[in-house]
Design a protein around this ligand. Structure first.
Ligand code: HEC
Ligand code: HEC
Ligand code: HEC
Ligand code: HEC
Length: 113
């Protein structure tokens, strides 16, 4: 009986730990800042607000969450049809702000010193 309880409790504990780790990994960030070192300044990105503006996650996370970070694929140069980060982000951010006639559209409205 004691052995059974020990195994049961360890199993419950393990399950809780796994759930906690998964929850931490998938919690969407409230706010992000892109350093954009080669530009006039870093770019603010209120992530949580944008989850509402876009309506669906894969509007931006277009390869799904298992694919990892944008910069895993979008680097400093365009390679084999994968647009470089600058092009990918400018297309994503600026096109929607133009479409919505809302949100920053000029260089220094996004890249703030
Ligand atoms: C307007 C674009 C946009 C929308 C919509 C959006 N995200 Fe994101 N999200 C981003 C960007 C950009 C990052 C930064 C990723 C990076 O640095 O590679 C990010 C990061 C994340 C991260 C941190 C882990 C990671 O992949 O870097 C999580 C978790 C996340 N988003 C979840 C969500 C969820 C859930 C939704 C939908 C409810 C959502 N996002 C909608 C653009 C967006
Ligand atoms: C697994 C690799 C991969 C990841 C991760 C990835 N992308 Fe992409 N992205 C691509 C490829 C490849 C293309 C070229 C068109 C296509 O296949 O969808 C592309 C195209 C784009 C485009 C279209 C650009 C244009 O000129 O029309 C945008 C915008 C974009 N990605 C933004 C993002 C953002 C933002 C993230 C992170 C939230 C992200 N991508 C994550 C591989 C990736
Ligand atoms: C799906 C459409 C969409 C995309 C994609 C998008 N935005 Fe926006 N963004 C908006 C809208 C709409 C507003 C204005 C919201 C308001 O003021 O009511 C906005 C506002 C902003 C603001 C002003 C602060 C705020 O929350 O009002 C910043 C900064 C911003 N966006 C940065 C970005 C960046 C950086 C990206 C790309 C990573 C991006 N946005 C992509 C729709 C979008
Ligand atoms: C809607 C916001 C927005 C606007 C408007 C915008 N940018 Fe950007 N820019 C970004 C984001 C986001 C990145 C990607 C940063 C990253 O890769 O982490 C970026 C990247 C860059 C980079 C590359 C930085 C690097 O280190 O790779 C340069 C250069 C740049 N922008 C210049 C400009 C210029 C010049 C303008 C005006 C013609 C402009 N940007 C307008 C958001 C914006």
């Amino acid at each position: 009986m004691k052995l059974f309880l020990t195994i049961l409790l360890s199993t419950v504990f393990l399950a809780c730990s796994i759930l906690t780790i998964q929850a931490q990994e998938s919690t969407p960030p409230e706010h992000l800042t892109f350093k954009a070192a080669g530009a006039d300044g870093p770019v603010n990105f209120p992530h949580k607000d944008h989850m509402e503006y876009a309506g669906e996650c894969n509007y931006c996370h277009h390869k799904g969450f298992d694919a990892g970070k944008c910069h895993n694929c979008h680097g400093p140069n365009t390679v084999h049809g994968v647009p470089k980060a600058k092009v990918a982000f400018h297309t994503l951010c600026i096109e929607c702000h133009h479409f919505e006639q809302n949100g920053p559209r000029s260089c220094t409205d996004c890249h703030k010193k």
